[in-house]
Design a protein around this ligand. Structure first.
Ligand code: MN
Length: 298
C-alpha cells in the first residue's frame, strides 16, 4: 500500500474525533479511556485520530506534539484532515493563524491560543507530510470526511499529498477554463473531483440562498454522503454535531462532537459540563466515550 492509504492497526481501537487544539479534553479523554500520558494502555488498545488536530482551540502545538510522539512510538495512528491539508498547502484560513504566529480573533474577541514560531513550523509540516488520507482493515475504515471508493484508487498511485492535490487542481483548471461553467460550478468541480479535497472535506452541492459561515459567503453546502454509504463500517470526523444531530448510518459514524468550538462556551464562563465535547468510539465495542468521562453505546 502507498503512504496515503495505510493499514489500520489490528486489535481494539479508540477512534478520537477532531481535537482542534483542545489539549485538556484530549488528556482527559485519554485518561477516561485508560491510557497513560505516554499512550500506553494495559489492554494494548491503540488510539486513532480522525484528523483536524489543530486550529480554534488553545494549544494546537501541544496537541500536534503529543499525537506526533504517540504516532512515532506506534501507539497511535492519525489521518489527514482538511485543517492539516490547508497548512501543508500554506493556505491561510480565518482560524489557522496560530501556525503563522498570528492571533485568532472573533468579532474583536481574541481566542487564547499558543502561537507557533519558526522553531516548530518545519517539524509540524514534516509530521503532517507523513499522514495518510485513509486507514483501513477488514472490518473498519477511518477517514477525515468522506469515504469514496472510486477515488481511493488515486491514493494508491501516488506518494505525496501536495503533489496529488496540485496535479488534480491543474487537470480541473484545464478542463473548466473554456467551459460554460460559472464560478460556483468551477469551485464545486475542485471540491468534488479532486480526490484529496473530496476525501478530506467531503462532497458539496450548489444552494440557491447563500449564507455566511466560517468567515466567508457560502454558495455551496455539504452533502450527507453517508446516507448512501453501505460498505465496510467507516468512522469519520469533520461534520461537527454541534447542532445535536448525529451523523452516520448502520455502516458509518461521525465522531466529531464539536469540541473545536468549546472556546465559545469557555468565553461565556463555563468551566465544566460542556455541550461541545471530544469523543472517541471504542472498537469493536461501539461505545462512545466523552472527555468528561460519560459514555454511551452507539
Ligand atoms: Mn474537518
Amino acid at each position: 500500500m502507498s503512504t496515503l492509504i495505510s493499514h489500520l492497526s489490528s486489535g481494539p481501537l479508540d477512534i478520537v474525533g477532531d481535537v482542534h487544539g483542545e489539549i485538556d479534553p484530549l488528556l482527559s479523554l485519554m485518561h477516561h479511556l485508560g491510557y497513560d500520558e505516554h499512550g500506553f494502555h494495559p489492554d494494548n488498545r491503540k488510539l486513532v485520530f480522525v484528523g483536524d488536530l489543530t486550529d480554534r482551540g488553545p494549544d494546537s502545538l501541544t496537541v500536534v506534539n503529543l499525537v506526533q510522539t504517540l504516532t512515532e512510538a506506534q501507539r497511535a495512528q492519525c489521518v489527514l484532515g482538511n485543517h492539516e491539508l490547508n497548512i501543508l498547502l500554506n493556505q491561510r484560513k480565518y482560524d489557522n493563524g496560530w501556525f503563522y504566529g498570528e492571533e485568532f480573533a472573533d468579532n474583536g474577541y481574541i481566542v487564547p491560543q499558543a502561537l507557533a514560531s519558526n522553531n516548530n513550523r518545519d517539524r509540524i509540516l514534516d509530521f503532517f507530510n507523513t499522514l495518510p488520507i485513509a486507514l483501513e482493515r477488514e472490518d473498519l475504515r477511518v477517514i477525515h470526511a468522506c469515504w469514496h471508493a472510486p477515488m481511493m484508487k488515486s491514493l494508491r498511485e501516488t506518494e505525496g499529498v501536495i503533489a496529488l492535490t496540485e496535479q488534480h487542481e491543474d487537470l480541473i483548471e484545464k478542463r473548466t477554463e473554456n467551459s460554460q461553467l460559472d464560478e460556483v460550478d468551477i469551485s464545486l468541480e475542485h471540491q468534488n473531483q479532486n480526490p484529496v479535497r473530496r476525501l478530506t472535506s467531503g462532497p458539496e452541492e450548489r444552494i440557491h440562498s447563500p449564507f455566511f459561515a466560517s468567515g466567508k459567503m457560502r454558495h455551496e453546502q455539504r452533502v450527507p454522503w453517508w446516507n448512501n454509504y453501505n460498505e465496510t463500517f467507516c468512522v469519520f470526523g469533520h461534520y461537527s454535531i454541534a447542532d445535536g444531530k448525529p451523523r452516520g448510518n448502520q455502516s458509518s459514524f461521525c465522531v466529531d462532537y464539536g469540541v473545536g468550538k468549546r472556546w465559545t462556551e469557555r468565553r461565556q464562563g463555563r468551566t465544566k459540563g460542556f455541550t461541545l465535547k471530544l469523543a472517541a468510539l471504542r472498537w469493536p465495542e461501539k461505545l462512545i466515550v466523552f472527555d468528561e468521562g460519560e459514555s454511551r453505546q452507539l
